[in-house]
Design a binder for this molecule. Structure first.
Ligand code: ADP
Length: 382
């Protein structure tokens, strides 16, 4: 079985050709700088380039025997809790959700439309970043604002990184030798965007990102948690418009705003050279993680493991040990020798006798999308 996975951003399309039963990639690539100088003019041209690269590497598209095309869609609102076979109605609903994710959903939708036109005989499956978090209970997803207004505009916590957290949760249970339905986890997805999720019995019960990916942890360029009053204050006193504030909180804050670099490797380099702003930035990054770990240990009551994943989580031993420092009373401890190795395989970095295991589990969102798309197509009546 072969699945084509398309992950379309505002200026790039990543693609992978995957056998969902095995992690090996049959082909992969990225078309970048869409709409920029020196790049392809638009998403249609980018998708044609994807097709050309696939044909060059793997032969005619029609002969690939594609079982499905899996599309990553960022925001599914409260309409999509599962991977979904796309028809015109589903496309329309995704379009209606665009205001919730104005930067992310429109490019995904464009790629979806074009790919359906290009490959009309292959089932297209939309896999949503928000879907895994549709199991959140009302106490976790409700904001304490006027009920009617919130309902009318869909103001609530949705959560993101769900595809990654779903994949990592299953892999973590496997590493622990436990049934996923009987495994409680705190999953820390620390990439450019970053989130914490409490998983009880394989289901998301709380997560740090909210209506948008802005809430929660300190990220590469996003503030994470901030008093909304600070934004009203900046509007009134500094004259920042709504668009200015959107840019400030999403693009020029976080590690970038604090230290001048959004990549933690660079922040570490500056901190070691004595830069105090960089030192505070990385301390604050870890402090916010510890804050959420504490909260989610309380939410879960009993956690079997804390799991680190994504670019920072998989590679940065300093962040892992600092963010969990001082939690021994809660059964959480990092073994410094185990923590010092980087591996492409899932591994345990806590001491054997620790109450709560600490794991590093490499994520694989594309494989998860391929598996979910294949699972849906196999289950669907022919
Ligand atoms: P995205 O959210 O873009 O998918 P990734 O999960 O690939 O991001 O993570 C990207 C981030 O991971 C980079 O911005 C960088 O800060 C961090 N990163 C990658 N490799 C390392 C490393 N070896 N040490 C520390 N941080 C790393």
């Amino acid at each position: 079985m072969t699945v084509l996975v398309l992950n379309c951003g505002s200026s790039s399309i990543k693609y992978q050709l995957i056998d969902p039963d095995g992690p090996a990639r049959l082909a992969k690539g990225i078309v970048e700088r869409i709409g920029e100088d020196g790049g392809v003019p638009d998403h249609a041209a980018a998708l044609r380039q994807v097709a050309a690269e696939l044909e060059r590497d793997c032969g005619p598209l029609a002969e690939l025997g594609l079982a499905a095309v899996g599309h990553r869609i960022v925001h599914g609102g409260d309409r999509f809790a599962e991977p979904t076979l796309v028809d015109d109605d589903v496309e329309r609903v995704i379009e209606q959700l665009a205001p919730l994710a104005p930067l992310h959903n429109p490019p995904g939708l464009t790629a979806l439309r074009l790919a359906r036109r290009e490959l009309p005989d292959v089932p297209h499956v939309a896999v949503f970043d928000t879907a895994f978090h549709q199991t959140l209970p009302p106490v976790a997803y409700t904001y304490a604002v006027e009920r009617d207004l919130a309902a009318r505009y869909g103001v609530r916590r949705y959560g993101f990184h769900g595809t990654s957290v779903s994949y990592v949760s299953r892999a973590a249970a496997e590493l622990l030798g436990r049934d996923p339905d009987d495994t409680n986890l705190v999953v820390l997805h620390l990439g450019n965007g970053a989130s914490a999720t409490a998983v009880r019995g394989g289901r998301s019960v709380d997560t740090s990102m909210g209506l948008t990916p802005l809430e929660g942890l300190v990220m590469g360029t996003r503030t994470g948690d901030i008093d909304p009053g600070a934004l009203f204050y900046l509007h009134r006193e500094a004259g920042l418009s709504v668009d200015d504030l959107d840019r400030l909180t999403n693009r020029s804050s976080g590690l970038l705003g604090l230290a001048g670099a959004n990549d933690l490797r660079e922040v570490h380099r500056m901190a070691k050279a004595g830069d105090q702003a960089a030192q505070l930035a990385r301390e604050l990054y870890c402090y916010r993680i510890r804050h959420y770990v504490g909260a989610y240990l309380a939410v879960l009551g009993r956690a079997h493991a804390i799991v680190f994943t994504a670019g920072v989580g998989e590679n940065d031993s300093w962040v892992r040990s600092h963010s969990l420092a001082g939690l021994r009373q809660f059964g959480v401890e990092v073994d410094h020798v185990r923590n010092s190795f980087t591996s492409s395989r899932a591994q345990v970095i806590s001491p054997d006798e620790a109450d709560v295991a600490v794991l590093v589990v490499p994520t694989d969102e594309e494989l998860e999308i391929a598996r979910q798309a294949a699972g849906l197509v196999e289950a669907a009546p022919a």
